[in-house]
Design a protein around this ligand. Structure first.
Ligand code: SIN
Ligand code: FE2
Length: 219
């Protein structure tokens, strides 16, 4: 089967549709589109305090994704491993607080995905430029896997790779556009996932960029 055939027909989803990817995982088409301009202004303010940077993996590679954080805890990586930390290692200061509108969006999306009562304490903000990719991984640095992951996609379209419980399981390819939200938790919480290399393009709000926010209960 070719990659093209593995791409599901999400391009035809109507606005505001909720598509179940598998038990515990949904795509909320366009869920964040209305909030996007406000969210992006807040991202700019956060990045002015805690700039996007390319963190080093434990293996010594620089990640192609640029990242920063807001909230009580931020995801960090260095030679000693991956973890959540209350302070930005670049400045030594606490991460910028999570804007109220971020928490409200994450709670509403989690509830729409079947996870009422989600209270994230961490928001990882990833920036993708054309060519940037995120290899298949599990989100497992959080203390408790009872809470879902809420992932908000803004700017250029991307192909989200949603895999299985094992790295070797072939991922489905889920095209994401500006304003889409993916929520996964429960039986899907530890699924492997990643992002295919970003195609070049221009987005009216973000230019040649994709910004993704992932909300988590980390601590
Ligand atoms: C992530 O897995 O942390 C981010 C996924 C994405 O950018 O869609
Ligand atoms: Fe992830």
């Amino acid at each position: 089967m070719t990659d093209e055939q593995m791409t599901l027909g999400f391009d035809d989803l109507p606005d505001d549709a909720c598509h179940r990817l598998e038990p515990g995982a949904v795509l909320l088409r366009g869920f964040a589109r209305g909030d996007a301009p406000t969210v992006l202004r807040a991202v700019e303010a956060i990045a002015a305090e805690a700039p996007f940077r390319h963190m080093v993996t434990p293996g010594g590679q620089h990640m192609s994704v640029g990242l920063t954080n807001c909230g009580a805890l931020g995801w960090v990586s260095d030679r000693s491993g991956y973890r959540y930390a209350p302070r930005d290692p670049l400045s030594g200061l606490p991460w910028p607080p999570m804007p109220t509108c971020f928490g409200a969006l994450a709670r509403a999306a989690a509830a729409a995905g079947g996870f009422a009562g989600f209270e994230p304490d961490a928001c990882l903000i990833n920036q993708y430029l054309p060519g940037t990719r995120l290899s298949l991984h599990q989100d497992k640095d959080e203390r408790d896997f009872g809470a879902p992951i809420v992932s908000v996609s803004l700017g250029l379209p991307a192909v989200f790779l949603f895999g299985g419980a094992a790295r070797r399981d072939r991922p489905i390819r889920v095209p994401l556009v500006h304003g889409d939200v993916v929520v996964w938790g429960g039986p899907a919480r530890l699924r492997y996932h990643g992002v295919a290399p970003l195609k070049d393009g221009q987005h009216p709000l973000l230019g040649a960029r994709r910004v993704n926010l992932t909300f988590r209960l980390a601590g």
